[in-house]
Design a protein around this ligand. Structure first.
Ligand code: ASP
Ligand code: MG
Length: 421
């Protein structure tokens, strides 16, 4: 008998009929002779609606109370799902994150899992029941308070439970039927990958692919959990995210995909004195804002002025915060001015095979040149090349790269709902 953890995202349990449909799938898996533990997200856009509601009441809700409010979303879906399964004649019990033993640190809104003790979940499945666990939430032992893992945290809940229970696989059900070589909404000829390494998946997720959350993939990689990304709207095989422990079975997949990220902006610090310590100063002030920056480019300084420009990318949402932190230190750092550019696209090509082949960058730059797309920034890792272009060229650039690397499939991809979750 295999133990399977299944996670259903918000778009899969958006209304009562969907909940009944998902209940049937769970029961089918159970009837096939598996032990089933289910993790659910809040129905549809419930979490967004709760955040909006809180903000209508107060401009800055307290973290503890906001977590208490948001965890209610998953309580609604977990209990309804358990009812639906019982209606089909099977025993099901729902559990909150704390009942399921999800111990986290105390950071409200972005708590990290520190330990998972799924004793009650074990008992439930040992007694033949199906256990339904609320995603995205836990509790802190020190404060005794309820926490949330950050938006999209249900994937992490599912992977952590799969690791703690020694599950055979963690199935993540969403509204696309797997991991594609690109977002089918941007590149319609994208094709589904049957398998991808967790290392590549991490790079794709970091580069803006939304199908899996980065923390869930990191957790799976650290704990050796196999993830199967599938659609809850059909029964197609999805994509397996595996840990390639040097068995070499992934060798032939040279390029796994293209990711497009339109959520980033670019800050340019103009006229920075080209002397030791200035980059350190600038990025220390940026770090103090707790913003994750990504690509950094420093120009060669002109001899006459001894001044240079430094540009970096960051989430658009953090733009104002970082701009004001730097402006406050303008005299101390000694730069001339600051520019914010919210009209950029970051496009990344990812593939483990890059490590052992040459000419990948040349091919990518040629594809962009032939598509008439100008490159503004470039950065690379062992298995990724990223470029920044004007946002208006994002689609053109992604499609050109996708075609140049032979990733185009014959059929158009199927996308079932609008959110990608
Ligand atoms: N309901 C939470 C959110 O929307 C957690 C999740 O969906 O994974 O962020
Ligand atoms: Mg959600």
């Amino acid at each position: 008998m295999a133990l399977i953890v299944q996670k259903y995202g918000g778009s899969s349990v958006a209304d009562a009929p969907s909940i009944r449909r998902v209940a049937q799938r769970i029961v089918d898996t159970h009837k096939a002779g598996n032990e089933v533990v289910v993790v659910v997200s809040a129905m549809g856009d419930t979490t967004d609606e709760l955040v909006d509601l809180a903000k209508q009441v107060v401009p800055l809700p307290a973290g503890r109370e906001l977590d208490m409010l948001l965890t209610a979303g998953e309580r609604i879906s977990m209990s309804l799902l358990a009812m639906a399964i019982r209606e089909l004649g099977f025993e099901a019990r729902s559990y909150t994150g704390s009942q399921a033993g999800m111990a986290t640190d105390a950071r409200h809104g972005s708590a990290r899992i520190v330990e998972v003790n799924p004793t009650r979940i074990r008992e439930a499945i040992d007694s033949g029941a199906i256990a339904i666990v609320a995603g995205f939430q836990g509790f802190n032992r020190g404060t005794g308070d309820i926490t949330t893992l950050g938006r999209g945290g249900s994937d992490t809940t599912a992977v952590a439970l799969a690791a703690a229970l020694g599950a055979e696989v963690c199935e993540i059900y969403t509204d696309v039927d797997g991991v594609y070589t690109a977002d089918p909404r941007i590149v319609p000829s994208a094709k589904k990958l049957s398998v991808i390494t967790s290392e590549e998946m991490l790079e794709l997720a970091a580069a803006g692919a939304k199908v899996l959350y980065i923390r869930a993939v990191e957790y799976a990689r650290r704990h050796g959990v196999t993830i199967h990304v599938r659609s809850s709207f059909n029964s197609n095989e999805g994509t397996l995210v595996i840990n390639d422990d040097g068995e070499g079975n992934m060798e032939e997949a040279m390029i796994s995909g293209v990711a497009v990220d339109l959520s980033e902006g670019k800050i340019t610090v103009v006229g920075v004195p080209d002397v030791p310590g200035k980059a350190a100063e600038i990025f220390t002030h940026v770090a103090d804002t707790e913003t994750n920056i990504d690509m950094i480019v420093q120009n060669v300084s002109t001899v006459e002025t001894g001044l240079t420009d430094i540009s970096f990318t960051l989430p658009k949402a953090d733009g104002e915060k970082v701009m004001s932190a730097l402006l406050a230190k303008q005299d101390q750092i000694g730069f001339e001015s600051l520019l914010f550019d919210g009209e950029i696209a970051k496009i990344a090509l990812v593939g483990a095979g890059m490590r052992t082949s040459s000419g990948i960058s040349a091919k990518l730059f040629t594809a962009l040149f032939e598509a008439g797309v100008n490159i503004e920034m470039i950065s690379t890792s062992e298995i990724r090349i990223s470029v920044v272009t004007r946002a208006e060229f994002a689609k053109t650039a992604a499609r050109a790269i996708h075609t140049a690397f032979g990733l185009d499939g014959d059929e158009l991809a199927v996308v079932h709902a609008g959110t990608g979750r």
